[in-house]
Design a protein around this ligand. Structure first.
Ligand code: PGA
Length: 240
């Protein structure tokens, strides 16, 4: 595992954009896994700028998103499809048919099959929840889990209430790639910023590997780069 330590959120975004931009240039027809949330917004802004400057192109890639709320009306502004459209997909030359989100149909795990048939995820971007979740794999999620519908943890509902008019409006369920689905990605890039993530980062990277801390599975992945700002790294208690 490589841990990149940056001073602040902006440097995290630049570090991540360099890494992801290089991966896109190297394999423009690759399969790229995107995440939503506040953390990757800066990264997406920089990727859009690089596209506008002609440095990278999205027209050959396949994209896979980590998760989506269940129960929001199509096109709802807080849906993750709308988020991606606003922050990245709507601003670059991505082909609409190459955009894929997990779906809460009769068998959500068909998404895993789809990913496999697409060649597997080359690079998966991840954020992390304050409770250690990755995607919407909340504490207690099996390390063997595949794409499925899950109930959101109370802490996640509270954390995400900031995007809705009231906590009551936050969906209670989501469909998420499973831990195993994520772990099958060839490369994982995890971003975290701010003191609110420091505990989760320390537990995921340095604590025991346990399903109570979903992100701790990443310790077993052969190719992970973690990009942290000073505050998010503040509880790691080491120098590497
Ligand atoms: P955030 O969410 O980027 O909005 O902090 C991350 C997550 O919950 O995975």
């Amino acid at each position: 595992m490589i841990i990149g330590r940056c001073g602040d959120y902006e440097s995290v975004s630049i570090f991540a954009a360099d890494l992801v931009g290089r991966a896109i240039s190297k394999k423009p027809h690759g399969v790229f896994g995107f995440a939503t949330g506040s953390t990757p917004e800066g990264l997406y802004k920089l990727l859009v700028a690089r596209y506008q400057h002609g440095e990278i192109s999205f027209d050959q890639m396949t994209t896979i998103n980590l998760d989506e709320y269940v129960g929001l009306p199509p096109g709802h502004e807080q849906s993750y499809a709308a988020f991606m459209q606003q922050h990245l997909f709507g601003q670059v030359n991505i082909r609409p048919e190459s955009i894929h989100f997990p779906e809460a149909g009769p068998d959500p795990s068909e998404f895993d099959e789809f990913i496999r048939n697409a060649g597997g995820i080359d690079l998966q971007i991840l954020g992390i929840g304050a409770n250690g979740h990755i995607g919407f794999n909340e504490p207690g999620s099996s390390f063997h889990s595949r794409t499925r519908v899950v109930s959101l943890a109370e802490s996640t509902i509270r954390d995400n209430a900031r995007f809705f008019d009231s906590p009551d409006d936050v969906p209670r369920e989501a469909v998420t790639m499973g831990i195993r689905t994520i772990m099958n990605a060839r490369k994982i890039v995890l971003l975290a910023s701010g003191a609110g993530k420091a505990d989760a980062v320390a537990r995921c990277l340095r604590g025991p590997q346990t399903e109570e801390v979903p992100g701790s599975c990443l310790q077993a992945h052969p190719n992970v780069t973690v990009i942290l700002d000073h505050a998010a790294a503040s509880k790691l208690n080491d120098k590497n």
